[in-house]
Design a protein around this ligand. Structure first.
Ligand code: SF4
Length: 311
C-alpha cells in the first residue's frame, strides 16, 4: 500500500541570482512501512524535498505538483490542517541538533512539549514519558540527561534527543534529515542501529549523503542529482549493481570502496546543464547527452535509471 505518492513535484524559490530549481519534476512513492533513503551530494535538493513534504518552507517558495499522503494531497491542506498532521502523523528529525534544539530549554522539556501537543498528556505525564523516550534511545542515565541543556550533551546524545523528539508523537511517517552527519564512526553505527530499530513499523524518508548508513537502514534508495532523481532501486541493488554512472561514481567515493571522488562539482540549480545534468562530470558521456535530457528508464524489479546507456 502506497503511503506517500509524490507526483511531478517542483519546488523552486527566488534568489538574488535567479530562480533556484531545488526540486524539479520529481516522482517518488513510499509504501507503508517502507524506509527509503534519498541519497545525493550536498546542495542537490534532497532537504528541500523533505521540507516540501512537511511544508516547512519560506513563503516565497513555489511548490507545484502533488504530494498524496494517505489519500490526501498535502499541498491542498491549509496551515491549520497541516499543523495537525505535523509531529503526529508526519514528523521530521531535523539535521544539526546543535542549531535545531532550543539552547535555553532542558532537553526533557523539549520532548515533553511535543508529547503535550500531540499526545494530549499533561505536563507531569509528558515529563515522565520524555524520560522513557530518552531511555528508549539508549541514552545513558536518561532521567539525568532529561534535566540537562543541549550544550551539556555530546553530539551523539543530542542526536538521540532529536530522534526521541521526532518519534514522540508516534508518527506513521518520519523524515530523517542527515541523522548521522558529523558523528564519529562509533557513534554513527550506534545511531544507525537505533534508527533501524525504532522505525521498523513506520514509513521513513531518510535524507543523507551517507550511502553506507542508508544501505544498513533502508529498503530502497533513490539517488538525487541537481534537483532530479537519477536512479531508484532496492538498497541491495543500488549497492551491488548500480546502473547510473553517477551512482557508480558515488559508490567509488565511499571510504570502503577506494575513496575516489567524482571529478568536478555539483551544477548550479539556477541554470543546470542542458541535456543530461550529469554530462559535464560523466566519464561515459556521449554527444546525445549534451543535447537531450534522458528520461527515467525502467530496468527491472523496481529499478529505474535516467541514462541513455540504460535504454
Ligand atoms: Fe552519462 Fe550520458 Fe548517462 Fe548522462 S545520459 S549519465 S552523460 S552516459
Amino acid at each position: 500500500m502506497v503511503m506517500l505518492d509524490i507526483i511531478n513535484l517542483r519546488t523552486h524559490f527566488p534568489s538574488p541570482d535567479g530562480l533556484v530549481k531545488a526540486v524539479d519534476a520529481v516522482d517518488l512513492q513510499i509504501e507503508k512501512r517502507e524506509r527509503l533513503g534519498l541519497i545525493g551530494e550536498t546542495g542537490c535538493g534532497k532537504t528541500v524535498l523533505g521540507m516540501s513534504i512537511i511544508r516547512l518552507l519560506q513563503p516565497s517558495t513555489r511548490v507545484q505538483g502533488r504530494i498524496i499522503y494517505n489519500g490526501r494531497d498535502l499541498l491542498e491542506l491549509n496551515e491549520k490542517e497541516m499543523r495537525l498532521l505535523r509531529g503526529k502523523e508526519i514528523a521530521m528529525i531535523l539535521q544539526n541538533p546543535t542549531t535545531s534544539l532550543n539552547p535555553v530549554l532542558k532537553v526533557g522539556d523539549q520532548i515533553a512539549e511535543v508529547l503535550q501537543l500531540h499526545m494530549g498528556l499533561d505536563k507531569r505525564e509528558a515529563k515522565a514519558k520524555a524520560v522513557q523516550m530518552l531511555a528508549a534511545t539508549m541514552i545513558p542515565e536518561a532521567s539525568k540527561r532529561a534535566d540537562q541543556y543541549p550544550h551539556e550533551l555530546s553530539g551523539g546524545m543530542k542526536e538521540r534527543v532529536m530522534i526521541a523528539m521526532g518519534l514522540a508523537g508516534q508518527p506513521s511517517f518520519v523524515i530523517a534529515d542527515e541523522p548521522t552527519k558529523g558523528l564519529d564512526v562509533g557513534t554513527k553505527s550506534e545511531i544507525v542501529r537505533l534508527i533501524r530499530d525504532m522505525t521498523t513499523d513506520r514509513s521513513m524518508l531518510m535524507i543523507t549523503h551517507d550511502l553506507a548508513a542508508a544501505g544498513e537502514i533502508c529498503d530502497r534508495i533513490a539517488v538525487m542529482y541537481a534537483g532530479e532523481l537519477l536512479e531508484e532501486a532496492s538498497a541491495k541493488t543500488i549497492l551491488s549493481d548500480p546502473q547510473h554512472p553517477y551512482t557508480q561514481g558515488f559508490i567509488q567515493s565511499l571510504p570502503s570502496r577506494g575513496l575516489q571522488p567524482i571529478p568536478g562539482s555539483s551544477p548550479s540549480l539556477i541554470d543546470p546543464p542542458q541535456g543530461c545534468r550529469f554530462h559535464p562530470r560523466c566519464p561515459k558521456a556521449m554527444e546525445i547527452c549534451k543535447k537531450e535530457h534522458p528520461p527515467m528508464i525502467k530496468l527491472d524489479n523496481g529499478h529505474f535509471a535516467r541514462c541513455f546507456l540504460c535504454a
